[in-house]
Design a protein around this ligand. Sequence first.
Ligand SMILES: [Zn+2]
Length: 311
Amino acid sequence: MSWGWRKILSLRSVVRPFIWKVVRSGAQTNAWWDNWCQLSPLSSFITPRRITNAGFNLSSSLSDLVDENGNWKWPQAWYDLYPILIGLNAPHLTQNMVDRTVWKDLDGNSCSFRSSEVWHSIRCRQNPVLWVDGVWFSQCIPRHSFHLWLVIKNKLKTQDRLAAWEVGSVTNLNLMCCPLCRINRDSRDHLFFQCSFASKVWNKVKCMIQMDNVDSTWQSIMSWMEQNASSKKTEHIICKLVIAASAYFISQERNNCLFSNVSADQNAVIQRIKKTVHLRLMGFKFRRQSSIESLLRTWKIGSDEEANDPS
Ligand SMILES: [Zn+2]
């Protein structure tokens, strides 16, 4: 059996609690293994030996367990063995009606079977991180957000992470240096934005978004994120766009320099950030407020000119 199929089959125990039978004739519902009542599956407490000793078998359907008067066929002795069965009434069966299989969500409600619903039910859950709305928000640029998410999780293949594989490697990673400033190996904290190249770019764009109190350290960026991530204020939304665009284009320039051996161009990166954020802002509907007028003037919103910094 292939690895893929083994992985899929290993999920059976995870999804089984969500798959339920709506009993009608009872003929398509396995009495012991399917979920059809609040005690299901009955096999969790009735052993196969008890089942076969009572004259049933492991593939007995629910209709096999109910007599023509609508009473349970199982032996009276079972009520002594499993007192919990006393409160379980036999279902009302409707002949010639096929049982239905449904998905029950986390709240126990039947719902249509959709892959999104399944994922929502079985995925691992943790409390949302403070910065989540700083990365994913309705006005975001998805490829920038995805990149920023990788940066925050420190998943970019920066040289400090590659160094962990250095032992025994033929490649001499000692020769590696940040392709933007040519000093030291690059790392997440170096690229965003302590690298002399990156900090110049960041200092140039941050004055356009009134983030003067945020310095070039990653810690400073993240503490701003954690404080303002869920803010709906226009000025904060623009800040979030600029942070994500700055990280994205600095990363892109780093990769260009690394793989094509060209020199980093600071002005080109600044212009790319400004142009991309400007284009995004052009699609917004702003409520003109005095508090954001100067910001909109800085970004030339409402004019055909490209965004310029105030200096
Ligand atoms: Zn550098």
